[in-house]
Design a protein around this ligand. Structure first.
Ligand code: AQP
Length: 336
């Protein structure tokens, strides 16, 4: 059976980008067709300046949102990364496989390090090495597929390279995984700056739709989305990134294609206003059941704990043999 691994880091409140780019395909497809593991990758939230209490709170909220969005612990395995030590055990071996040159080429490292420096902060070493930890997250489980948004594709490529290099040097140990990207909304853009990704840790929040935003807040953010000069709706991400982003979001919500939607608006002669209104209502309806289920889960935190406990136990059992095999293959003496 196909094995799937993916995760979300508790570095902020989950966004519409996280949902359309990742969570939705986990819920609608992946958990039904494969042995799927979904993880709150909390160690990744420590790579930039962080508040311990907030990370703890967001870890719990992220797990609750996994359930609220429709992940079913009867169908898939849900857990928190730091509860399974195999991730960090394996990460060190992969640090001994990766080179510093390939780490410095990672786009996310370059962008985030620049952001940290611009804010007067220092850059944590873990920001450079976290793609290796992500590779360990994936390889520990022998995952065949990694469903992610477009921004994570480079890290999955690195994971493939590390798996192949390790296998070549030390013998077949890891499955070489592949990234699976959604066909629409693989990169939801910020509504106020449609040339940059909607990211949950970004400081400016007016262009970000959070899964737990109230309906009126969602409407306001989408109605105020930056669009482009002109008024005719066309799908052209280069020339009209703001409109293209709204079309991608609407397509993501409705299961339609952005080009088909654009053609309909154009034929009807409807402008940006109609597109914004329809997108806002589609997003409100998409998020309504998630917010409602999340509120129910908040009233019963023990239920989330039970799911995470059972998930970590299963995950440990799956990861340990592969990580033990990697320790032996690389030349480490097994414990006596
Ligand atoms: N805007 C997005 N569009 C489509 N997919 C997205 N993902 C994230 N943002 C978008 C996908 O969601 C999964 C988990 O993301 P993450 O936790 O690794 O990163 P993030 O939500 O992008 O969080 P941050 O903290 O704001 O990170 P940076 O600063 O890196 O942008 C992934 O599958 C991701 O592709």
């Amino acid at each position: 059976m196909t094995r799937i691994f993916s995760g979300i880091k508790p570095s902020g409140h989950l966004t519409l980008g996280n949902y359309l780019g990742a969570l939705r395909q986990w819920v609608q497809a992946d958990q039904h067709r494969a042995d799927a593991l979904f993880c709150v990758v909390d160690l990744h939230a420590l790579t930039v300046d962080h508040d311990p209490a907030r990370v703890r709170r967001l870890s719990r909220q992220t797990a609750s949102l996994f359930l609220a969005a429709g992940l079913d612990p009867e169908l898939c395995t849900l857990f928190v990364q730091s509860h399974v030590h195999e991730h960090t055990r394996l990460s060190y071996l992969l640090e001994c496989t990766a080179t510093d040159g390939e780490m410095r080429r990672m786009i996310q490292y370059k962008e985030k390090a620049a952001r940290e420096r611009a804010g007067g902060g220092s850059v944590r070493l873990s920001l450079l090495t976290y793609p290796v930890l992500m590779a360990a997250d994936i390889l520990a489980y022998g995952a065949d597929e990694v469903p992610v948004g477009d921004d994570q594709a480079q890290h999955v490529e690195l994971t493939r390279d590390l798996a192949e290099r390790f296998n070549q040097r030390y013998g077949a140990t890891f499955v070489v995984p592949r990234a699976v990207l959604p066909s629409v909304a693989a990169r939801v853009m910020d509504l106020q700056d449609p040339t940059s990704k909607m990211g949950k840790s970004h400081a400016e929040t007016s262009g970000i739709v959070y899964l737990l935003d109230e309906a009126d807040v969602v409407r306001k953010k989408i109605m105020r989305a930056v669009t482009d000069s002109g008024s005719e709706v066309a799908y052209d991400p280069e020339a009209q990134p703001g409109v293209a982003n709204l079309l991608e979001i609407l397509a993501g919500c409705t299961g339609r294609k952005p080009l088909d939607l654009a053609a309909e608006y154009s034929t009807r002669g409807s402008g940006y206003g109609a597109l914004k209104k329809d997108t806002a209502e589609a997003v409100v309806e998409l998020l309504r059941p998630i917010r409602e289920r999340h509120a129910q889960l908040c009233a019963d935190p023990g239920q989330v704990d039970d799911v995470l406990r059972a998930g970590a136990e299963r995950a440990r059992g799956l990861a340990r043999p592969t990580v033990d095999a990697a320790y032996r293959a690389i030349g480490l003496l097994p414990p006596v």
